[in-house]
Design a protein around this ligand. Structure first.
Ligand code: ATP
Ligand code: MG
Length: 889
């Protein structure tokens, strides 16, 4: 049509181009942070569809979060239109859930299974431990769950675990594992790790099924490959390994392939595989991830080609130098160096805060300044910390100064009580076998169904070997049940029946949710309450309804043409953004038309029109694989919504780029992976905070002594002679530091607090060893010393002076009064006088652990004020005001 062809290779360096173009053998792209690995992956998908005319339905791309998946899909959708919906771009978990929804019945399980999250699993395991009579001191729930998780990540089922057990502990663990699995199956549920393991077992047990998926997915692409665990690796191998291709060749299936428009001449060839990763960014070893998967790629996939990228396009050279200086301290790594053409940029800013409050205030002040002086938006800024609990101090200050922010992860939305109640309702409605969910809400809000009535139903269920939900519908069979109880149970069953009918009739998820919350009386109870926390709960539920609405709107089928960008869409973009968009999408900025979509054959896409398979009850009983069922079709049903909710990863709460203009993002370092921000605050750089206490405990005795001493000098003090091996855990912490530093594009801030209050106890931690690993010349210390120096800090500082390896400026750490003047010394860890809130009855306070509370009475002395505070569900607490981590509101 005379329109210039889009160059999908433009804006790629030669190595990136090679990775996009490579065809045939498996390919591994290994490269440091910000070198364009994700860009290569996205471009390759676009290139496959746009240039190699690969059918979108035969592409499987795995990202680390659902958010990343959505972003990638969006970019490709811009290029090829609604057909992008035919691609599987998702996390490992989402992809596996889809395989299981279509094929788990081969294992005799129902396709309408529930997915248990961490809290569900924990409750289930507690029941198991109770039943087995295991001593909770010897077998803590958490430890046992993580043991089970490790087994599953290694694809060890409970029978195998039992046969491998050599100690009593192992035998008991395996017994708990077996019972836990039995109960999951009875509830028709899978936990998170089951999702991957069951999929692998399914593909291994049914070779013809595996062949079908191998034929379907002609291209498999995996981002963040360094964080795959063994089970995920085996899954990829099942789908892509050459060794298995001999088993291919079931006649009859080939024709089906042809119908779907995939290159049927290739169907005996293994799919093309591309994985990208960076072993320096492996931060999930504690969850079973192993960089062996990267290191062994070439031997696992013979004929594989490895492509290295070295140029970083994200960060300034100063930031890269800092990142490199930290990561070279790890011994177990392949040396590599990143370089950038972005120039040196500003120095890194360092700040030593008195306390975590002071640290947060500094961050807030700086963000304001950057907005004024550098025209940054809030959305350009991210604040990272090691553990979720650290978000609290930032939130307090940001709320006070009115700075808009969003905590990613943190107090996880989906873990809040009211949200879990609402989800439990929905699950019990979607899956009648889900006893745990049903019993959770049986009497929530209180409807007079007591333990006795519940017990009677449970007895009937046990006697008849039916689910609790089925027993609830048969209360007339229970002898000796009080008439009132029987009526209450019957009413409740009718309520559930009515909502089950809504599911059957295809009522969208948001309407079912709203109906449940209203008709159950849940909303009414909260709105009638005086408890301020209940108001927050109402808001949270409103947010959940909003989430459901958004989900339904998104999942409603798109009309062809919805993906075309209009000139209006393009208005308001900068010239640079326009150019990038044109490059990436093939949109002619003059007309807003899609160049490439027009060149795509308008062939009918079987998957696009297919809508069978969305009906949960319509499973074909012959167990045949309907390839169309695997194609993603818009599905606003309750089941689909619950699936989305169950799979929300922390990073999925990151605001969309265009919405985020007004929000500072707070998140843990783990959730920051893969992202980039103009300005990054890396906070809490103290030994025992980051690196985490656990990683220090794992080091040798000598180190333990050192780290347990709260006033210890710099961790690596002692000079070259004492260099020792770091623990595996410490090396993982260091990779986490590398991830954090390399998120920054222009500006990086490093902060630490001299005193940090943890669980109400003030702690003095020495500076993080990672700070010491960054060359002094890269950091401009805004403040080197706490303003409120206590005797302990002073002694720490002078110790650090004597052991400090000689470097310029180190002397300024020394004790003679802070450079900022500063207030007189206070007792160690106490709040300074100005920080102690003066409380009176009726005041509202925010406690880091107990949340919002109301002061009922005060007592004590001026020196040592006390307050009795009502924290609602946490009860009334008497607090030593000077020490309590509270904020007056
Ligand atoms: P990470 O290891 O942190 O996941 P990555 O290797 O995946 O990083 P990307 O996120 O793909 O890196 O790219 C980092 C930044 O550099 C992005 O903003 C990307 O758009 C940009 N970029 C990548 N390659 C190029 C290139 N050849 N020219 C210009 N910019 C590029
Ligand atoms: Mg990436």
């Amino acid at each position: 049509r005379g329109r210039p062809k889009v160059d999908l290779l433009a804006g790629l360096n030669p190595a990136q181009r090679e990775a996009v173009l490579h065809a045939g053998s498996p390919v591994l792209v290994v490269a440091g942070a910000g070198s364009g690995k994700t860009r290569v992956l996205t471009r390759r998908i676009a290139y496959l569809v746009g240039e190699r005319k690969v059918h979108p339905g035969s592409i499987l791309a795995i990202t680390f979060t659902n958010k990343a998946a959505a972003e990638m899909r969006h970019r490709v959708a811009d290029l090829i239109g609604g057909r992008a919906k035919l691609m599987w771009i998702s996390t490992f978990h989402s992809a596996c859930v889809r395989i299981l929804r279509s094929d788990i019945n081969r294992f005799g399980l129902s396709r309408t299974f529930s997915i248990y999250d961490d809290a569900d699993s924990k409750r289930l395991m507690q029941l198991v431990l109770n039943d087995l009579g295991l001593d909770p001191k010897k077998y803590p729930t958490r430890a046992l769950l993580s043991w089970v998780s490790n087994q599953k990540n290694e694809l060890i089922d409970h029978e195998t675990a039992a046969s491998l057990a050599t100690s009593e502990q192992d035998r008991n663990n395996a017994a708990a594992y077996a019972e836990y699995q039995r109960r999951l199956a009875a509830a028709n549920a899978l936990d998170f790790d089951d999702i991957i393991m069951t999929t692998v077992h399914l593909l291994q047990a049914f070779p013809e099924l595996r062949e079908q998926y191998r034929r379907r997915f002609r291209h498999v692409l995996v981002d963040e490959y360094q964080d795959t665990n063994h089970a995920q690796y085996v899954l990829i191998r099942e789908l892509c390994s050459t060794e298995l291709s001999d088993a291919a060749g079931h006649a009859g299936e080939t024709e089906r392939d042809g119908e779907l428009g995939r290159d049927s001449e290739h169907d005996v060839e293994p799919p093309e595989l591309m994985v990208v990763g960076d072993s320096d960014q492996s931060i999930y070893a504690f969850r079973g991830a192993t960089i062996r998967n990267i290191l062994d790629f070439e031997s696992d996939f013979p004929g594989a080609r490895t492509i290295l990228l070295e140029q970083n396009y994200r960060s300034t050279q100063t930031i890269l130098n800092a990142a490199n200086a930290v990561i070279v301290q790890n011994e177990n790594r392949k040396p590599k160096r990143l370089w950038s053409e972005a120039g040196d940029g500003p120095l890194i800013t360092g700040y030593v805060a008195d306390s975590e409050h002071d640290e947060a205030q500094f961050v807030a002040r700086e963000i304001d300044k950057l907005r004024d002086e550098k025209q940054l938006t809030y959305g350009d800024v991210a604040v990272f910390y090691r553990t979720n609990a650290q978000s609290r101090a930032f939130e307090e200050v940001f709320i006070r100064v009115g700075m808009p922010y969003k905590v990613v992860g943190g107090v996880r939305f989906y873990e809040r009580r009211e949200i879990r109640d609402a989800i439990a309702y929905l699950r019990a409605i979607a899956n009648r076998a889900d006893d745990v969910s049903l019993r959770r809400i049986l009497n929530v809000p209180k409807r007079g169904i007591g333990d006795k009535a519940e017990g009677a139903v449970a007895d009937l269920a046990a006697r008849e070997r039916i689910s609790f939900g089925d027993a609830l519908r048969r209360v007339d069979e229970i002898d000796g049940l009080a008439t009132r109880s029987a009526r209450l149970l019957t009413d409740f069953a009718a309520f559930m029946d009515a909502h089950e009918a809504m599911v059957t009739n295809g009522v969208p998820a948001d309407q079912i949710l709203l109906s449940v919350l209203e008709k159950s009386g849940y909303l009414a109870e909260l709105s009638g309450s005086e408890d301020p926390q209940d108001e927050t709960r109402l808001e949270n539920l409103q947010e959940l309804i909003g989430v459901a609405r958004e989900f339904v709107a998104e999942a409603t089928p798109v009309a062809p043409g919805d993906f075309e960008l209009t000139a209006e869409d393009l208005a308001g973009l900068t010239a640079e953004e326009l150019a990038e968009l044109a490059l990436l999408t093939g949109v002619d900025p003059q007309t807003g038309e899609l160049a490439t979509a027009a060149t795509m054959p308008a062939a009918s896409d079987p998957g696009e029109s297919a809508s069978e398979g969305s009906d949960p009850d319509g499973e074909p009983e012959d167990g045949s694989l309907s390839l169309a069922a695997g194609a993603p079709e818009p599905d606003p049903s309750l089941g689909a919504f619950l699936e989305r909710v169950a799979l929300v990863a922390d990073s999925d709460q990151i605001p969309d780029t265009n919405e985020s203009a007004g929000v500072v993002t707070l998140m843990t370092l783990h959730t920051a992976k893969g992202l980039e921000f103009d300005t990054v605050f890396l906070t809490g750089l103290e030994d025992a905070v980051f690196p985490h206490q656990r990683s220090l405990q794992a080091v040798g005795d000598e180190d333990r002594a050192e780290s347990s001493s709260r006033v210890a000098a710099y961790g690596r003090a002692g000079g070259a002679g004492s260099k020792r091996r770091d623990s595996k855990e410490l090396e993982e912490e260091r990779r986490l530091a590398y991830v954090g530093i390399t998120r920054a594009q222009q500006r990086l801030y490093l902060t630490r607090a001299v005193v940090r209050t943890v669980w109400g106890t003030p702690q003095h931690n020495p500076p993080s060893r990672f700070l010491n690993e960054i060359p002094e010349r890269l950091i401009d210390w805004r403040r080197l010393q706490s303003a409120t120096t206590s005797w302990r800090n002073t002694s720490a500082t002078s110790r650090s002076q004597t052991t400090w390896r000689a470097r310029p400026g180190a002397g300024s750490y020394g004790g003679s009064g802070g450079a900022d003047g500063g207030s007189p010394a206070f007792g160690s860890g106490r709040r300074t006088a100005k920080e102690v809130p003066v409380l009176a009855a009726g005041d509202k306070v925010l406690h880091t652990r107990f949340g919002l509370g109301k002061v009922i009475a005060t007592s004590g002395s001026v020196e040592d004020p006390r307050a009795d505070v009502d924290f609602g569900s946490h009860g009334i607490k008497r607090l030593a005001v000077r020490h309590a981590p509270i904020e007056k509101l």
